[in-house]
Each structure stands twice: as structure tokens, then as C-alpha cells.
Design a protein. Structure first.
Length: 57
């Protein structure tokens, strides 16, 4: 199961993007995670200062 970034909680700080070992996080006004590249490791969720990243349902 891939992770997802909440559009309402993400402040586009970029912390998660630098920590993703798969390069699955894409930059934008709000960052997004490509589910086809996500390794489901949870590293991004662990470093997000806003708590905006969670497992996709």
C-alpha cells in the first residue's frame, strides 16, 4: 500500500522529498506521491513536520 499526502495539511516544505529513497515524491504547490514508485517504507511519514503523510486506504 502506498502512502499519500494530505492536500490540506501539506505546506510544501520539501522535507519528505529529500528523504524518499525511491524518488516517488513530486514537487508542486502541494507535494504528491506516485503510488507506482512508492516502496511503502514510511520514511516520508516519519519526517513530515506537519503529519500530512499517511498510508493510502
Amino acid at each position: 500500500m502506498a502512502y499519500k499526502i494530505s492536500e490540506t495539511e501539506c505546506v510544501a516544505c520539501g522535507t519528505c522529498q529529500g528523504e524518499c529513497p525511491a524518488g516517488a515524491i513530486k514537487e508542486g504547490d502541494v507535494y504528491s506521491i506516485d503510488p507506482n514508485l512508492c516502496l511503502d517504507c514510511g520514511t516520508c511519514a516519519g519526517v513530515c513536520p506537519m503529519g500530512a503523510i499517511s498510508p493510502a486506504e
